[in-house]
Design a protein around this ligand. Structure first.
Ligand code: TYM
Length: 330
């Protein structure tokens, strides 16, 4: 029996946060045992906002090193760079032809980004979710492990798959999102009502996977809580709830256990312990990351092999698509 397919990706735009780690990357590791996994570094997505070319190149390698350091294994999974597989851009063009402007303009992330970057409201930002659908559909993915913020994009990918299948006959697998119960939405440490994001202007709002212990301790110490003073998991204490989520995913303890362990204990001690739990989780990744970043030849070997494997799978789907829409074979 053929193994089911998993696809996911991260944008190489600046440092990755523990939100990216907990909401996505961390969950990808175990899937490798059971599924055919494609883990992509989505550089085509990254240029929807301004990038410095030299930094983009460097950040792309950094994300690959983080993948490997987090436990992604090129023997088990296909690790590749999006722009190395031309089919992503090509399928996007075809899917653009069945995408409705109205539906794309309702995408929450587009609306938010549009508000923030009015001077750079480019067309790629608008069709970004179509590119994301192409990523997924090219590999006939069954499952897409992502954080909560990508759910709407996943729904669009499903819609496009179904629309294409109805119009041109069965072609694409309709993918399902895989979203964790805890940690699927890590919030800003400074404002627990908004998502933790690397594009936040306040660097105390996020912890990066590569942050050193001192920075982690400082940021957690400054994290916003409340004046209630109890470690309780509820929506009246969004700051504390967020910190408990982070504690839970890094330590493996349930939120009930955390509540029990910290009964009658103040926020100070809880925050100190939380910082240590995060440091303990990130240190081995950082050590491996340093090792991989010193081995650029190895990284190059990984992404080249990955591109070859990804290209083979993607072209199979793209050829079908081109045939169905009526393009003459070259
Ligand atoms: P990106 O690069 O913004 O984020 C990568 C992954 O991290 C998750 N994530 C979070 N999870 C929990 N809490 C947070 N604060 C948090 N911030 C980010 C995201 O949900 C995501 O899973 N469009 C995508 C990348 C992409 C993709 C794809 C993903 C392109 N093509 C195909 C899956 C399949 C994005 O911008 O993710």
């Amino acid at each position: 029996m053929e193994r089911k397919v998993v696809f996911s990706g991260v944008q190489p735009s600046g440092g990755l946060t523990i939100g990216n780690y907990v909401g996505a990357i961390k969950n990808w590791v175990d899937l490798q045992e059971e599924y055919d996994c494609y883990y992509c570094i989505v550089d085509l997505h990254a240029i929807t906002v301004p990038q410095v070319p030299k930094d983009l190149r460097q950040n792309t390698l950094k994300v690959l090193a983080i993948y490997l350091a987090s436990g992604m294994d090129s023997e088990k999974s296909t690790l590749f760079i999006q722009s190395h597989v031309r089919a992503h851009a090509e399928l996007t063009w075809v899917l653009n032809s069945i995408s409705y402007m109205g539906q794309l303009s309702r995408m929450t992330q587009f609306k938010e980004k549009a508000k923030r970057s009015e001077e750079n409201l480019n067309a790629a930002l608008f069709t970004y979710p179509v590119l994301m659908a192409s990523d997924i559909l090219l590999y006939q993915a069954d499952l897409v492990p992502v954080g909560e913020d990508q759910k709407q994009h996943l729904e669009l990918a499903r819609d496009l798959a179904e629309r294409f299948n109805n119009k041109y006959s069965e072609t694409f697998k309709v993918p399902a999102p895989l979203i964790q119960k805890f940690g699927a939405k890590i919030m800003s440490l400074q404002n627990p009502e908004v998502k933790m994001s690397k594009s936040d202007t306040d660097e105390n709002a996020y912890i990066l996977i590569l942050d050193k212990p001192d920075a982690i301790r400082r940021k957690i110490k400054r994290a916003v809580t409340d004046s209630i003073g109890e470690i309780k998991y509820n929506d009246d204490q969004l700051g504390v709830k967020n910190l408990m989520n982070i504690y839970s995913v890094f330590s493996g303890d349930s939120v009930e256990t955390i509540e029990n362990n910290y009964q009658g204990v103040g926020y100070g001690k809880f925050k100190e312990d939380l910082a240590e739990v995060i440091i303990e989780g990130l240190t081995p990744i950082q050590e491996k990351y340093d090792y991989f970043m010193k081995n650029k030849d190895y990284l190059e070997k990984i992404y080249k092999e990955g591109a070859e494997k990804a290209n083979y799978a993607a072209m199979k789907t793209l050829r079908k698509v081109y045939k169905k829409v009526g393009f003459i074979q070259p």
